[in-house]
Design a protein around this ligand. Sequence first.
Ligand SMILES: [Zn+2]
Length: 193
Amino acid sequence: MNFPTNPVAIGDTREVLDVGLRWLYETEQRPGAMDHHHGTRSPVVAGMRIFTFTPVGYAGLPVIVYDVARPVFDDSNGMLINPLGGHDERVWLISVINDLGRKTAISWNGDGITGSIGLGEPAHPTLRAAISLYAQGCPTRKCPMRRSTLCSKHQWFTPGNAQMRYPKWPDLLDPGPRPELVDAYVAGWKVAG
Ligand SMILES: [Zn+2]
């Protein structure tokens, strides 16, 4: 998992989705590059969402996971106060993804703390190769955990991972929670829904 350097800065949803989709579909990875199948996370976007771009997920296709960036719970009953927007938000995000030229196949959850949108076409072949290389685990011949991703004795992941090309996220707006950006985000999917 690759984290942005400033996880509390707020970026534009459409731009972040565009950059993430370009990473999944258009970015050529170097030979020998290696990455976890979990993929990469965006900065927090307007509406206090955070996106994870997973190259190989449901049915071997990429999945975009969207989460409440800062879940808030009611102290009295433990209930989530700021859940995702359910159907309307899901439909809006799918419409933005489609508008950016990418097919979607399936979606699930999205009513609580996390939602997922399964995309309709496989990720770039070099990105899938980087995930496959990780899945092959430690290549050291005499390692007792050879071919396991659990080997921590040998330097098999770090050099390959250093070869990865990750998204360059858009310039971020002012850091910190900004209520007006949450409102603008919610207004976006309420109009679309
Ligand atoms: Zn090893």
